[in-house]
Design a protein around this ligand. Structure first.
Ligand SMILES: [Zn+2]
Length: 235
């Protein structure tokens, strides 16, 4: 295997190595995971807001129930006095009647308020369930995608290690001077320094070699560079 043929193998491997390194950096799963984590954080935040609202409403419900209970006790006390026969003074009786009416009205108001509060809770509970199941789904998805990313990263990393070992093997067949030129060109020419010439066309810049230059290229055994793009040409 000639030095140039070995260099061409190194280039082939490098092309693959660059591609894999790029894939490690820009795995679309990373972006997807970031989006999912953001969505989950929003969901969890809303979830805690809704839980808080439900707790607040439950506390209000309990307070209303308390109030209604003590109102009931007061009502039965007043009704007891009104119908018990101990109070006979008409003025006092009228006062008691008014008190009972007012207590009943107040009780009605509180019961309406209680009913509304409990009806409101139905909607909040439904939203809570919805959010809980959405959050569970998001967390499961995050776990799944993280595992996938980890697996892909691991696979790419071991493939890279394998390619780098192989590159080492091929590059040992390339002289230091040519390797330096190769590395320099690689940096200057978008990671493509060694290319084939197919039907007289440089596969790096896609420009056809002029007739005489092509003839010289076919006769040259050593390093030959494209007069247009400067890349190293191989047959
Ligand atoms: Zn070229």
């Amino acid at each position: 295997m000639s030095e140039l043929e070995s260099l061409y193998q190194v280039q082939q491997l490098d092309t693959r190595i660059f591609e894999l390194r790029g894939r490690l950096e820009d795995n679309p799963l990373k972006e997807e995971l970031e989006r999912l984590r953001g969505e989950e954080a929003e969901c969890a935040e809303e979830l805690s807001r809704v839980e808080e609202a439900l707790e607040k409403s439950s506390r209000k419900q309990a307070a209303l129930e308390d109030e209604i209970r003590s109102l009931d006790q007061k009502l039965s006390r007043e009704e007891g006095k009104l119908y018990g026969g101990q109070v006979t003074n008409p003025k006092e009786l009228r006062g008691l009647q008014a008190e009972v009416r007012s207590l009943k009205r107040k009780k009605d108001e509180l019961e309406t308020e209680l009913l509304e509060e409990m009806e409101g809770q139905d909607g909040v509970r439904a939203r809570l369930e919805e959010l809980r199941s959405k959050d569970r789904e998001l967390l499961a998805l995050i776990e799944e995608k993280s595992a996938l990313l980890e697996r892909e990263t691991g696979e790419t990393a071991s493939e890279l290690a394998e390619l780098e070992r192989e590159r080492e093997k091929w590059s040992s067949g390339v002289g230091e001077e040519l390797m330096r030129l190769y590395e320099k060109l690689l940096a200057a020419k978008q990671n493509l320094a060694v290319v084939k010439v197919i039907e007289g066309v440089c596969q790096g810049c896609r420009v056809e070699l002029p007739g005489k230059e092509y003839d010289r290229f076919l006769r040259t055994e050593g390093v030959f560079r494209c007069s247009n793009c400067g890349r190293i040409l191989v047959r």
